[in-house]
Design a protein around this ligand. Structure first.
Ligand SMILES: *Cc1c(COP(=O)(O)O)cnc(C)c1O
Length: 363
């Protein structure tokens, strides 16, 4: 057995050679206009959202002190969950420590050994980790391919007890949307439950509110931190009793809860096509790309090395655009991932279009 340091050093050297080494990004990409954020509406800086958090922090203190099942300190959770349920058109909502923790809590509470999970090929790592933890059998289907999903359900469904279908309403690496209504019909037909992750949809694009379990995060367009599931009231009660990441982890700090509620309320008052979507569409029109379906626009480059070079070229022109590489995306599809925010100006988007053209990233 190699020494710990030898093992990790070798591994890192291999990753580096393959252009796959990851690093935590330095604080501010100073001076660069960033197209990397998930804070699509800029709500993390929105005065009402910040003030709600400050007020709750002053009133209730810095930390929650215990799990929600032991002692619920602030009344903020009730208001936040009511706002989320109203936003999603469900009877109830349940808030978790983060989107990742929500997945890790909800999925293993609902399925386990003897159950089947059907997952879109491109779903987020948090859902895959949750399925692993659950012990349920995992089958994948080609991205957004309902006929393959249907075939696999026809062949496999009756060999299992419960069945859960996993998808994202807006896909985090491709920015496209899933056919949720047709999927819900398929789920009903095969006696399965549909779970959709709206992490990149909420606040940016209206996606159909048809999944049995509508999940997402409070850390993207909402501008704060936390995760949620919106569902029927008895499902919520069941999860309070069975979701281990809720039961065995400390509640969110009161200020975080209050800011999230203000963020959700802000989103509910928003009207018309969201600005992030408008900006993304301006970008795709400008470059002759397929019209953006969300605030996320991928430009697939190919190898990790070339994608890094493209990002570097944009950096030299004043733009920070992150690179997504395997294993986050399939091999050979390393890409630039542009994400647009309400805070980007039209002029910035126009300058970005010129820069991308000059770099030769888009044919
Ligand atoms: C970001 C993200 C999550 C995790 O949410 P956090 O609140 O950041 O833990 C889950 N699913 C998808 C699709 C995401 O993009």
């Amino acid at each position: 057995m190699p020494a710990l340091e030898t093992m990790v050093t070798q591994h890192l050297a291999e990753r580096h050679a393959a252009h796959l080494l990851r690093a935590i990004q330095p604080d501010a990409q100073t001076g660069l206009v960033s197209f990397a954020t998930n804070d699509y509406l800029g709500l993390s800086q929105e005065p009402t959202v910040v003030a709600a958090g400050e007020q709750a922090l002053a009133q209730w203190g810095a930390g929650a002190g215990a799990s929600r099942l032991v002692q619920e300190l602030s009344p903020g959770y009730t208001k936040l969950e009511a706002a989320l349920a109203a936003a999603k058109g469900t009877e109830a909502a349940l808030v978790f420590g983060s989107g990742y923790l929500a997945m890790l809590g909800v999925i293993p509470a609902l399925v386990g050994k003897g159950d089947l999970v059907m997952a879109d090929r491109l779903i987020h790592a948090s859902m895959l980790d949750a399925v692993k933890l659950s012990g349920a059998r995992l089958l994948r289907f080609s991205h957004n391919d309902l006929s393959i999903l249907n075939n696999k359900l026809e062949i496999n469904r009756n060999k299992f007890n419960n069945c859960l279908i996993l998808t994202e309403s807006v896909f985090s690496m491709d920015g496209d949307v899933s056919p949720l209504e047709a999927m819900r019909a398929l789920a009903d037909q095969h006696d399965a439950w549909l779970l959709s992750d709206d992490a990149h949809g909420f606040g940016v694009v209206e996606t159909p509110r048809v999944a049995h379990l509508q999940m997402g995060t409070l850390s993207k367009a909402v501008g704060g931190y936390g995760g949620y599931v919106c569902c029927k009231a008895p499902v919520r009660e069941y999860l309070v009793n069975h979701a281990r990441t809720l039961i065995y982890s400390t509640a969110l700090p009161p200020g975080v809860v209050a800011s999230a509620e203000a963020g959700v309320r802000w989103i509910m008052q928003q009207q018309g096509i969201s600005l992030p979507l408008q900006r993304a569409r301006k970008f795709t029109h400008g470059l002759g790309l397929p019209e953006a379906e969300s605030a996320i626009v991928p430009v697939v480059i190919g190898t990790a090395e070339d994608a890094l070079k493209a990002s570097e070229a944009l950096k030299n022109k004043g733009f920070y655009v992150p690179v997504m590489r395997p294993p986050t995306v399939p091999k050979g599809t390393a890409r630039l991932r542009f994400s647009f925010s309400r805070l980007h100006t039209e002029v910035q988007v126009e300058a970005l279009i010129r820069a991308v053209r000059e770099c030769g990233c888009v044919a």
